[in-house]
Design a protein around this ligand. Structure first.
Ligand code: IMP
Length: 194
């Protein structure tokens, strides 16, 4: 079965495709069909933004859609970058610059607790949808030298998972998908589809 994914992020598409592969679900994103898709994410929570994206793409294609909204929430920064993760510090910044910004805001605060959060919606119709929201808990590394790993994307190099003694960017794709916020939300949604 092919299902729409309301995103333009190719990293997220690859992760979700791998996560949903056991359920024989093929993911396609709007740009692959020449559809311009850039809804205003005006919600105040991951869930509201996931619903905004799901409804917006459903209105365009009239077929079932999966949408997600995700980000990094740092305890000592009152949950920032949170829903602003993708553009934190301004649109023009690179991931490395965004990671450096979070580290500088945190400084030497001993409270390094943080988590990735993913809210995911399987949207069949305006009155028929299913939601899963999952976290991945870890600790923010102490400095940019400790921001290791080349896997994944975004804030992966600065979130350290003590159980694995590695940052998320040092995990294999299989490891990340098994424990991650998106992996666990995707599996919950996959079970509904499978
Ligand atoms: P969204 O596409 O609006 O959900 O924004 C997601 C943003 O949150 C990404 O651009 C990243 O900055 C961050 N993010 C979400 N999931 C991850 C992840 O698995 N690893 C690293 N960063 C993530």
């Amino acid at each position: 079965m092919t299902i729409w994914f309301a995103s333009g992020n190719h990293h997220k598409k690859k992760e979700l495709s791998d996560i949903l592969s056991p359920y024989s679900i093929n993911i396609k994103i709007p740009s692959e069909a020449g559809i311009e898709f850039n809804p205003e994410e005006s919600g105040t929570s991951f869930l509201e933004n996931a619903m905004i994206k799901a409804k917006a793409l459903y209105d365009l294609v009239g077929e079932p859609v999966i949408a997600d909204d995700s980000g990094l929430c740092v305890d000592a920064l009152e949950g920032r970058p949170g829903i602003h993760s993708a553009y934190y510090g301004g649109e023009g910044l690179s991931s490395i610059e965004r990671n450096a910004l979070v580290l500088s805001e945190l400084g030497d605060n001993p409270n390094r607790g943080a988590c990735f959060v993913c809210a995911m919606v399987l949207y069949y119709a305006p009155n028929r949808f299913f939601i899963a929201q999952e976290p991945l808990f870890g600790n923010i590394v102490k400095d940019m030298e400790s921001a290791r790993g080349s896997g994944g994307f975004g804030y992966d190099p600065i979130l350290y998972i003590s159980e694995y003694k590695r940052t998320v960017a040092e995990l294999t794709e299989e490891e990340k998908n098994r424990i991650s916020h998106r992996g666990r939300a995707g599996i919950a949604i996959g079970r509904l589809l499978g």
